[in-house]
Design a binder for this molecule. Structure first.
Ligand code: RNT
Ligand code: ZN
Length: 421
């Protein structure tokens, strides 16, 4: 168990050290506490969902691997797991739901879903004072098996998914209204070809038409924020993805919807940290799906990597925290699923804290003065500043376990709850 007196002492020393550089640690912590991360419900059950006929993930070109015991089998179990995870993460956050997590008695088709199928989630969100975000589920469904949904040449299939998209916006708007905080409702479709297409144009024209139909109804932004997510390739769509980055960038700029940048959806040498200031020049707001790409997998648990730190730095340096919605998107079925949420979210917060503790103004002055020697020297010196002491103190202040104390709680929860499933 960590000793709070040791943490407080270390914090005092860190506070002085940062003050010497003109950085106010208390201000950084208060900014951090105002930044909400949207936790993705699908980490809790390997992107399974609760549809009566669902056989797990299929036809979406996304895949959770591993067989760690204890995954949530019902919405109540999933909610309990999320509550556990949130109790181990400092700050107040949000929950990101997917349409396939509806709780309906009997089977309700995806194009017929309504807010009434999410009342238990809504009541729970209210009771826990959480904002909700939402996603259409355009995969793991017989009507997605051809590999095409909104861009399908089969008019009946295309219509079905357009209706699903419209239904999801209504659900998102109802959630936003009910909870008094805009619901970011994201749209990702798996559409694409495994092998070389001969028609790249047709599906993209159909996708544009479908999106226009889905977004036709104007809904107040204080309730609903629409977002569209691109991808470079997926399993089974290696040669061509209809909803590419260029496609959605154009669509988002033209239609003033949010663009979702998933950090695992680009070429391995491309980084989202470098894209943020470019897209923010043309867009009001964006959504991030923070993930960790490893070789061909786009969804490893987020760690405190150089790129995660760079993303957080961009958000802080560009003063984008109010305009960028931070969501997580990873799934790992090979480790304790509740721990995966805790690790990933705590890392996202640590990256933000490190960025908030940066003497940005001083570094900017060096750059403007052309003193690139000092810029490099100071950036490297800052890497060993005592941010860990500030982080531990922040956890303590927010009444969440500091250091690795949270792991013991996961072990207890595993023994008492998840291992009995
Ligand atoms: C898939 C996208 C998408 C999904 C979730 C489950 O490649 O990243 O965001 O991960 O909708
Ligand atoms: Zn994503």
């Amino acid at each position: 168990m960590s000793d709070s007196r040791v943490i407080e002492k270390a914090y005092e020393a860190a506070r002085e050290r940062y003050a010497e550089l003109g950085v106010d640690t208390d201000k950084a912590m208060s900014q951090l506490s105002r930044t909400a991360i949207s936790l993705h419900c699908w980490q809790g059950d390997d992107v399974g969902g609760f549809e009566k006929t669902a056989e797990g993930l299929s036809g979406g070109g996304i895949m959770a691997t591993g067989a760690y015991p204890g995954k949530a089998r019902t919405a109540d179990e999933l909610r309990a797991d999320i509550e556990k995870a949130m109790s181990l993460i400092p700050g107040k956050h949000r929950l990101n739901l997917h349409a396939m997590y509806a709780e309906a008695a009997g089977k309700v088709e995806r194009n017929e879903l309504g807010a009434e199928h999410f009342t238990a989630w809504l009541d729970w969100a209210k009771a826990n004072e959480l904002g909700l975000d939402f996603n259409g589920t355009f995969f793991s469904h017989p009507k997605a098996e051809s590999g095409f949904t909104l861009s399908s040449a089969d008019e009946e299939i295309r219509k079905f998914w357009v209706e699903h998209g419209i239904a999801c916006r209504k659900i998102g708007a109802a959630m936003g209204k009910e909870l008094g905080t805009a619901c970011v409702t994201n749209l990702w479709i798996p559409d694409g070809f495994k092998d070389i297409p001969m028609d790249r144009k047709g599906p993209r024209e159909r996708l544009r038409k479908s999106l226009d139909e889905i977004f036709a109804e104007k809904i107040e932004r204080k309730r609903l924020l629409d977002s569209v997510e691109s991808k470079l390739f997926g399993i089974g769509s290696e040669c061509y993805v209809v909803g590419s980055h260029e496609f959605y960038m154009g669509y988002a700029v033209e239609n003033r919807v949010l663009l979702c940048l998933d950090t695992g959806h680009f070429h391995p040498t491309e980084v989202v940290s470098d894209k943020i200031s470019s897209v923010m020049t043309f867009l009001d707001e964006i959504l991030l799906h923070v993930s960790r790409g490893v070789r061909w997998d786009s969804d490893h648990v987020v760690i405190l990597s150089d790129e995660l730190r760079s993303i957080a730095e961009e958000l802080v340096r560009g003063d984008y925290l109010e305009r960028v919605h931070i969501g997580l998107d990873f799934f790992d079925a090979s480790i304790n699923r509740v721990a995966a949420w805790v690790i990933g979210t705590r890392c996202m917060l640590k990256a933000l804290l490190i960025a908030l503790l940066e003497p940005t103004q001083k570094l900017r002055e060096m750059e403007l003065a052309g003193d690139y020697t000092a810029r490099l020297a100071m950036l490297e010196e800052h890497k060993t500043l005592p941010f860990g002491a500030v982080w531990d103190y922040y956890c303590l202040k927010e009444n969440t376990p500091a250091q690795a104390d949270w792991l013991k709680e996961i072990r207890d929860y595993e023994a008492k709850v998840t291992s009995l499933r």
